[in-house]
Design a protein around this ligand. Sequence first.
Ligand code: SF4
Length: 348
Amino acid sequence: MIELLGKSLPELQEIFVTHKIQKFRAKQLMDYIYHRYIFDFDKMEQFPKNLRTWLTENCIISMPKVITESVSPDGKTRKLLLEFSDTSRVEAVLMQQHYGNSVCVSSQVGCAMGCIFCASTQGGLYRDLEAHEIVAQVVLFGAAIDEDIHSIVVMGAGEPLQNYDNVVDALKLMHDEETFNISYRKMTISTCGWVPNIYRLAEEGIPFTLALSLHATTSETRRSIMPIGSKYALPEVLAAVKAYYDKTQRRVTFEYILIEGVNVSLDEAHQLGKIGKEFPNCHINLIPVNGNEHIDLYKPTNKHMATFKEIVESYGVSVTIRKEMGDAIQAACGQLKAGHAQKEENHE
Ligand code: SF4
């Protein structure tokens, strides 16, 4: 079967022309999928009967199955646990903010990176997602709310730069005006510091926003919570991010998870401020760790977090403490999936 989801207009035109189908039908097909959210060939009424039959017999639009859906109490955050045809599962999150609808997608099934604060990595890496499987996560939310999606963050399960080609292909497709027409500046790729591909991304000449999961101010602390830190020391990672900034002039975001007793001393706040100062217009996002039965880590007190933030801010850097809107629905990376697996285990 030919997968039609995730294909660009020229790719679909080539498929159609090869099978002696008029080229203009490819554009109509994209309109059905990405604007009208119709995935059933029989419901594509502009197509003649023989084309619908050919599509049904030869092609597929693979949409994952929704296993569970969680909605935050204010209704603004929705998280889906999705299952693909090979039964592998990922999560995707929709955040309806005052500035528009944002979707956080997963890029891999599981993750090989082993960050100690993350539930997604607990079973290791199962496989990379195909470009169409990344696109499908956004299509599903678009269909569910029947509204435009304004931004995409690749910050769910997986290390996006380890699945480079599929992630970049998916984002290019979702930038296309035939699909969601989302500006590259509204697309954020979050990496734990996969150095070679940060340089590669800089060379693409595409103004994606880069978010670095920094999480520590020394190589030693970073190594202790993120195994990638043993492969690339902190100065190497920061040099790659600086190169990305120099090449693209895009504001860099640093993610910094706050873990009591690990990376939240006041000295570390000063070090973080100094790092931020090196990156013009950067933004630092402080994230209270979301401990649960799978992750035995604790966030600092609100008072300590406020002091930590003030110190970082005193270096003239833009800083926010992430609103914990995900808490009620376990929206930290990987937690819904882990929670669901636990429930299934308990059930057996
Ligand atoms: S935080 Fe990101 S890179 Fe680290 S283990 Fe989780 S999914 Fe992988």
